[in-house]
Ligand binder design. Sequence first.
Ligand SMILES: Cc1cc2nc3c(=O)[nH]c(=O)nc-3n(C[C@H](O)[C@H](O)[C@H](O)COP(=O)(O)OP(=O)(O)OC[C@H]3O[C@@H](n4cnc5c(N)ncnc54)[C@H](O)[C@@H]3O)c2cc1C
Length: 421
Amino acid sequence: MSMNRRRFLQACGASAAVSITPTGVKAASAPHVVVIGGGFAGATAAKYLRMWSDRTIDVTLVDPNANHTSCVLSNLVLNRRITLKELKMNYGGLSSFYGVNVVRDRANKIDGAGKRVRLKEGGWLNYDHLVIATGINMINPPSIDYKLTPHAWIAGGQTNRLASQLNKVGPDSTVIMTIPKSPYRCPPGPYERACLIADIIKRKGLEGSARVQVLDANSSIQAEKHTFENAFNNLYGNIVEYITDVEVEDVISTEGRVITRTADYVGDVVNIIPQQRAMGFIRNAGLTGDGLWASVDPLTYASTVSGFDGVHIIGDSQATGQPKSAHMANAQAKVCVDAIIRSLAGVANDDPERVANITTASACYSPITYDQASWLSAVFAYNTDSGQMALTHLGEAERWSTGNYKQMFGWASNLFTDSFH
Ligand SMILES: Cc1cc2nc3c(=O)[nH]c(=O)nc-3n(C[C@H](O)[C@H](O)[C@H](O)COP(=O)(O)OP(=O)(O)OC[C@H]3O[C@@H](n4cnc5c(N)ncnc54)[C@H](O)[C@@H]3O)c2cc1C
């Protein structure tokens, strides 16, 4: 973080309780920040807005669900190491302990000039700052039926569906999984999933009979290359068939058929991880420069599109080029909160000391077998020349191990607690 809590409160804390009075808001009323989406990015933002402002900011968190189901660790539901129930994060602590106003609804329109956001049920909600953290939207192959060929890339019913299909894999079965072009949610995630499916096959004694065909739209493995190459070529050499540069054009789910530019592939189980982009209401508002992900300034995560003063986009929906991960979403939320509180307190966001300390980090643990995992971590720092975040450190596990597998749960537990509790 660019500033620890004590220094932050010195800048705009106890005395800021009276000084945070944004324009357009009566001096007596507290500023209002609306957070759309209660996943890793949004929940962290809501919690830290309350905590770091010493509860002087009113925070409303909007999410259609009563709790958030974590994608992190969700590949372990596929091989039955954990249940989906263990991945459910409820918002009780955010409301009862931090005083976040949690509203169960769905945002569908932003009025940048009017500084308000429209909710499907609740109508318009005014904000001084708006934080959008709604994760990903799928670009669906035209004929796909996800009930038959699940994506399982947003954890929930889809994950259980794929788990039960994998449970039925038998001799000579072919499992097909597809990997979208980068950038997509969780760079190592699809390769980790391929390993776990291969492990399921191995543990069923089907090695040499059942197989996994991995159709990658990219021309090479996108993360932990050394680890996954080793796993695909050696550990699962006669189970995994890894094919590059395969872009899915359509999926005929009833036939288990994946249509690509070069060939058709048919599987008994078909897991399509489709191309991804930001949610429709973000794109419809014109906040996505490239039509896919929202353009933001990584110093504040404020939109770079004019007419949207005070609108910030964090987590998987934004386009800074940093990995789309929960760890990263949590880090971005804190930079964004720091910027919002400063802005409300009239403290500059671009002073050299702050700018020099803007860093974020990402970590992903990848289970490779039933009880072994590898990991990947990346650190980014703000580059003043480019005005972008630049990779400064990259770390990878030398090998997968049971030690890493155990550490994975400690890391995840810390991340869950820091984001939701
Ligand atoms: C299999 C798998 C493994 C992964 N492993 C890791 C890992 O090891 N490490 C890691 O750091 N990351 C991992 N990730 C990635 C991580 O889960 C995502 O990057 C992270 O969840 C992104 O956080 P987010 O807040 O942007 O989106 P989400 O966590 O998806 O949250 C978005 C929220 O917005 C809500 N929402 C959507 N639309 C609206 C709307 N219109 N109005 C209101 N609310 C809305 C949703 O209900 C949801 O609660 C993994 C992902 C997968 C699929």
